[in-house]
Design a protein around this ligand. Structure first.
Ligand code: ZN
Length: 237
């Protein structure tokens, strides 16, 4: 959902109930990371900025948006790391960050929520305020690490929950059946458009939700390799 309150603000998931508007920002970082003086660093020494300021901005803007529309709701916001391989060594914990091991707890809580008539009105107000088209088309301004890298159905744009790399075809809940390789490649092409440059095998794994062997097979067919060893990068043909 994209809202405009002076500035634009985007929300991955919003759940309303319990007198609360829950904001969930989804991250799909994979593999081991360490927390180092405010930075999140992975094994390739790639430094990712702390996601919490971005969450705080979305949180504050939601509070303001609701207040401006005369709606009285509490706002709770969480960053949800959905990838079970993600770990963050040296991190002291923060209630705003939910790791894979805590997901079930969150799901159990959400299952108990029954929105009231008033809360449905809050939801309808937010849906009505959704801005359909982001007016700035400059993709260079998009930070790749804030885009959800999971696979999307090319027909309905729904996220594909998981893929079976043993199967040749994926069937989306909208009914569209596509070759797994085609959808992996389409997602990778979107990533390349955002990133505008060469990518690493780890990035290709993240953006195709696939293990190294599967990705290597795909890249052999559709990409050109540059560099050697840890400096190896790929361009799509
Ligand atoms: Zn679909």
């Amino acid at each position: 959902m994209l809202l405009k309150d002076g500035e634009y603000v985007q929300y991955d998931f919003i759940v309303i109930g319990d007198g609360t508007v829950y904001i969930f920002e989804i991250k799909n970082n994979s593999g081991p990371y360490r927390y180092d003086r405010g930075n999140i660093v992975n094994r390739h020494h790639v430094v990712i900025k702390d996601y919490r300021p971005q969450l705080e901005r979305a949180h504050t803007m939601m509070e303001h948006f609701l207040r401006m529309h005369g709606m009285i709701m509490k706002v709770v916001s969480r960053i949800v790391f959905i990838n079970d391989s993600f770990s963050l060594a040296g991190f002291n914990g923060d209630a705003r960050m939910v790791f894979h091991g805590q997901l079930q707890q969150v799901v159990n809580h959400l299952k108990k929520i029954k929105p009231s008539t008033y809360e449905c009105e809050v939801g309808q107000m937010l849906v009505g305020a959704h801005v359909d088209k982001y007016p700035y088309q400059n993709v260079r301004q998009v930070a790749v690490d804030v885009i959800d890298p999971r696979l999307r159905c090319q027909s309905c744009r729904q996220l594909i929950a998981e893929i079976d790399t043993m199967k040749k075809y994926i069937t989306c809940s909208c009914g569209r059946k596509v070759k797994r390789e085609d959808i992996m490649l389409a997602n990778l092409r979107e990533f390349v458009l955002l990133k505008q440059g060469a990518f690493t095998i780890q990035e290709a794994m993240d953006w195709t939700m696939s293990p190294k062997t599967t990705v290597k097979r795909l890249l052999r067919k559709h990409a050109v390799k540059t560099g050697i060893g840890r400096a190896t990068k790929y361009y799509l043909k």
